[in-house]
Design a protein around this ligand. Structure first.
Ligand SMILES: [Zn+2]
Ligand SMILES: [Zn+2]
Length: 89
């Protein structure tokens, strides 16, 4: 079962809504950041945390420059606070 997590930056107020993270029944979801539009999203990854072939583009801008997200605010670089708001399976 995975977690649905909301991230909030206490410094600038940037919010990442409802990321589906962790291992679920059929997929492993990992957070990625887009270098083009700076959007944060969860994507299906393999056991090594690498994106599967059909998941390599950004959900927002269709760019192909996704990198694993380090949990920092894409707006100001502050470490974002996570809050579990639900579970998925
Ligand atoms: Zn921030
Ligand atoms: Zn993007």
């Amino acid at each position: 079962m995975g977690k649905i997590v909301k991230f909030t930056c206490k410094k600038c107020g940037y919010v990442v809504d409802e990321l589906f993270l962790g291992p679920g029944f059929i997929s492993n979801q990992v957070a990625f950041k887009c270098l083009d539009c700076h959007g944060i999203m969860s994507k299906e990854a393999d056991d090594n945390g690498h994106l599967t072939d059909d998941q390599k583009t950004c959900s927002h801008c269709n760019g192909a420059n996704l990198v694993p997200w380090d949990g920092k605010c894409p707006n100001c670089g502050n470490k974002m606070k996570d809050e579990c708001i639900g579970l998925w399976d």
